[in-house]
Design a protein around this ligand. Sequence first.
Ligand SMILES: [Zn+2]
Length: 341
Amino acid sequence: MPEKDPARVRTNYAVFPKGLDSRLIFAIYCRAFCDTEIDGVKIGRRNFVRGLKVEEGVDLRLKKSLSFCCVASLLVLAALSVYFYAKAARSVPVLNYHQVNDTEQNSMTITTEQFAAQMQYLHDAGYTPITIADMLAAWDDNAPLPKKPVIITFDDGYMDNYRHAFPILQQHNFKATIFVVTDYINTYPNYLTWDDAYAMQQSGLIEFESHTLSHQDLTKTKSEENIRWQLSGARQALAWHLKKDSRFLAYPGGVCDKRSMQLTEDIGYKAAFTVHYGLCDPQSSYRYALPRIPIFGSLTHTLFRFKVRLWFAPVIECLSDTQRILLANDLPFLAKLVPIP
Ligand SMILES: [Zn+2]
C-alpha cells in the first residue's frame, strides 16, 4: 500500500472547552470546515457530510478542503444575507436615546447637533416614526405600517428632551415615546416637570410611558410586592398627571428576568422594552423583552455610527447575542473580541 504524501495530508481538529453551552452551535459551523472534537469524540468533516458517521480522526486533503470551504462560505453568506434581509424587512427598529444636550459629556448624552443630524437622516432616508401601539396593531391585526417604520424612544425623562429634542422632533413632525421615572418628574432639576410633559403630550407627537416609579432594578428587587408597586405606581402617576393609560414599560437599566416580565404582564402592561441590541421582530421578539437599538454607550457619536447601527441592525444583533452568550458562559475575554460598532 503506497504511503500517503505528508505534504498533502492534514489533520485539523477544533477542540471546544467543556461546559460551553454554545459549543454545539460553533461545532455545526466548524464541522463544515474542519474536523471537530466534542467531549473527546472526534467528528470528521467528511463523515459529517456523509451522514454523521463518527470515527477516530480523519485526514483532510488540503486542496479539497479549501474548495469546499470557499463554496460553503459562499452558501453560508448567501443564506445569511437572505435571512438578514427578510428579518430587516419584517422588523421595526426602536431607537433608544437618553439625554440630548451640549453641556454634558457622558455615554448617555448626544449633542443637539448630532440629534438633529440623525433626525434629518431619518427624514431624508424616508423613515416614518410610528408609535409602539402602531407596531403592535400591525402584529396583532395586520394593520398597515409605512414602508420604513421606526420608533424613537427616550428613557428616564430628562428635561433636555423637552428643551432640545422636542423642537427638532416638531420640525420633522416626528412621533416619539418618552419612558419616564415618575418619581423624578417635578423632583429633580434636570428632569421634566409634569407641565413640560403635558405640553409635549398636547402636541400629539409625544407619548409618555412608564420607566417605573423610582428606577429600581427589578431583577435585584427582592420583594415581589415592591416590584408590583414600582410597576403599578408609575401607571397611577401617569394616569393622574397626564390622564393617560400607560400600556408600555421600559425596564430600569434595560434589564429584566422571568419574574419581572411576568409581573409586568400581570399589572396590565401590553409590552416592555430592554436595551438589548436588536430589531423588534413579530416572529422572534418576546413582547415583554423587546429589544432596541441603543443610541448611547459611546463617547464618539457620529452620524456614520448611527447609520451603521441602523443599516446593519440584524448583523449587529447576532454579534450582540454572541457577546451575551460568551459573557453568560464566563468568557469575558472572548466577549471583548466581538466587534460591535
Ligand atoms: Zn433608565
